[in-house]
Design a protein around this ligand. Structure first.
Ligand code: ADP
Ligand code: MG
Length: 559
């Protein structure tokens, strides 16, 4: 008998999210979660509807990175879930906290493989790609399910969590009081993890005997929001630093101790390297030759103990959260002051100046059509006058060139292909950045990379987001086709007008062929704070196969 007030699974999901400080959902509506999305919006949550689940998932993931709260993506069952799974796996790989919520079909039918609509055992499918994967079968378990998902996403090393919501649990009703009592507010979801005093002392001692120390900052350091401790450690010790791409801006790129312009030299000559939230993975050549010396000794700050010794032995592991670890290191400087190494700094400075001069020459060249350097030189000049612009960046050459050419002044403003070198994050990250904290976004996209999420231009226009998309259009993957043959595996339509795509949705399109026009268009678009797309014509011959990572293409062993 139903006497008192009742509630249902739909309401409980919304209340459980809200109770845990989650105010935004990115998703694509459909069976069986359409009413969940509607209700979320009615109840005052922000709902952003996308055209493809992968983009919604990327938006959630980057919102998680920026806010230290799990970003939530909502999808339908089966194929919609699978579309979102790429974003969940990417979030897990990059250590971004995210929750993928998908509705699922009838368990009884799915488990007997009787052929339900969008039949898939989603919880099991998600497991290898997620930090954790759970299923809620009963409405009274929604509170605990959401709590487990929240804690799994943000505690320790952050990652992607899948939470399966069966259609039956969503529609089921239960007593409103019992429902209310079943909700769980997670206390201290990402507890501080203090490093041991011994580990801190070992690290400082190693640094104090180093002749050529180097600090490498990774996106784990950016995520931790330990900006002032990191800055104070670097400035007090005068140890030069190198930012990984998403750590750019943790200290300004123009900082005198940044050795980004002397990257190979600094890595190759350092005797002690302190990794702060950066893994010794492919992006750092696994710590191996020819880039690295055999004799380099390592200090590594990471929250995941198993990250230590993953590629090279770590002489001074500091396991803990970066905030706590950096503060402990700063405090330890009182007892073990570390002095500047003048010869080392001088050598790095020389190297830096050489490379800066070389780059200046490339930026100043004015070829027609434009190449990546001349176009990005124009972008760089405009951005120097605009602080607080998020830079989303993907592509092959568009990524490599922009990473080096575009300076960042502030932390967590550069969002890119990350650990996997993934393509397709562009519009999702742009929407996530524009909505998570507010702010203007410039998405610098290769024409190929843009294609993976291009339909989200409609999403950007629908919500009138301040997103400017710059398509570096050389007519292909890596470069464009020239001549009259059939399309090559890497070629696209030559002379494509991407600017006209955004006009279909009421956004502003620009077509530019020289740096002057590019600067003008970009200035105007940033000032307008409205959706815009700049089709930037690049020489189809500009760009190299695979950008800077051509070595990763397998070469036949045949002579
Ligand atoms: P990058 O690609 O910039 O080099 P990675 O993604 O390889 O950075 O490395 C980030 C590292 O930071 C991961 O090993 C992760 O465990 C770690 N990490 C993430 N968040 C924190 C945190 N709050 N405290 C400590 N380590 C963290
Ligand atoms: Mg291209």
């Amino acid at each position: 008998m139903m006497s008192g007030a009742m509630t249902d699974g739909f309401h409980l999901v919304i209340e459980a999210l809200r109770l845990n400080g989650i105010e935004t959902i990115y998703g694509v509506a459909g069976i069986p979660i359409t009413d969940l999305a509607r209700l979320a919006q009615q109840e005052g949550l922000h709902y952003f509807g996308f055209r493809h689940e992968q983009s919604a998932g990327h938006a959630a993931a980057i919102a998680g990175y920026l806010t230290q709260k799990p970003g939530v993506c909502l999808t339908v069952s089966g194929p919609g879930f699978l579309n979102g799974l790429v974003a969940l796996a990417n979030a897990t790989t990059n250590c971004f906290p995210m929750i993928l919520l998908s509705g699922s079909s009838d368990r009884a039918i799915v488990d007997l493989e009787q052929g339900d609509y969008e039949e898939l055992d989603q919880m099991t499918a998600a497991k290898p790609f997620a930090k954790a994967s759970f299923r809620v079968n009963r409405p009274e378990d929604i509170g605990i399910g959401v709590a487990r998902a929240v804690r799994a996403a943000v505690s320790g090393r952050p990652g992607g969590v899948y939470l399966d919501l069966t259609a039956a649990a969503l529609s089921a009703v239960l007593d409103a009081d019992a429902g209310q009592k079943s909700l769980v507010k997670v206390v201290d979801p990402a507890p501080a993890q203090m490093p041991s005093a011994l580990a801190v002392q070992r690290a400082i001692q190693l640094l104090s005997v180093a002749q050529r120390p180097l600090i490498i900052l990774g996106k784990g350091a950016a995520y931790a929001q330990a900006d002032s401790a990191i800055r104070s450690f670097i400035e007090r010790t005068h140890i030069p630093f190198l930012p990984m791409s998403m750590a750019k801006g943790l200290l300004p790129d123009a900082h005198p101790l940044s050795v980004a312009a002397a990257r190979s030299y600094a890595i190759g000559h350092a005797d002690v390297v302190m990794l702060v939230g950066a893994r010794l993975n492919w992006l750092l050549s696994h710590g191996k030759g020819p880039l690295w010396s055999e004799d380099t000794q390592y200090i590594q700050l990471d929250i995941a103990a198993t990250e230590m010794d993953s590629n090279r032995p770590i002489q001074a592991p500091v396991v803990g959260d970066i905030h706590s670890s950096m503060e402990a290191l700063v405090a330890a400087l009182e007892d073990y002051p570390i002095g500047a190494r003048r010869e080392w700094l001088e050598a790095l400075h020389q190297q830096k100046q050489k490379n800066i001069a070389r780059m200046a020459a490339r930026l100043a060249a004015d070829p027609r059509p434009m190449n990546f350097s001349s176009a990005l030189g124009a972008v760089r000049a405009v951005l120097q006058e605009h602080s607080g612009v998020y830079v989303v960046n993907e592509g092959a050459n568009a990524l490599d060139f922009a990473r080096n050419i575009i300076d960042m002044q502030d932390p967590r403003m550069r969002l890119d292909s990350g650990t996997w070198g993934i393509m397709g994050i562009g519009m999702g990250y742009a929407v996530g950045a524009a909505t998570a904290r507010g702010g203007i976004v410039l998405a610098i996209e290769g024409d190929s990379a843009f294609g993976f999420s291009g339909m989200e231009l409609e999403t950007i226009c629908r919500y009138r987001l301040p997103v400017v998309v710059l398509v570096m259009n050389n007519g292909g993957i890596y470069r464009g086709d020239v001549g009259n043959g059939p399309p090559s595996p890497t070629g696209f339509v030559a002379g494509a007008r991407y600017d006209r795509l955004i006009e279909a949705f009421g956004g502003q399109g620009y077509h530019v062929e020289d740096p002057q026009a590019l600067m003008q268009a970009l200035q105007e678009a940033l000032a307008a704070r409205r959706p815009a797309l700049i089709n930037c014509v690049i020489d189809p011959l500009a760009g190299t196969e695979s950008g800077h990572i051509q070595n990763l293409n397998p070469k036949s062993g045949l002579a």
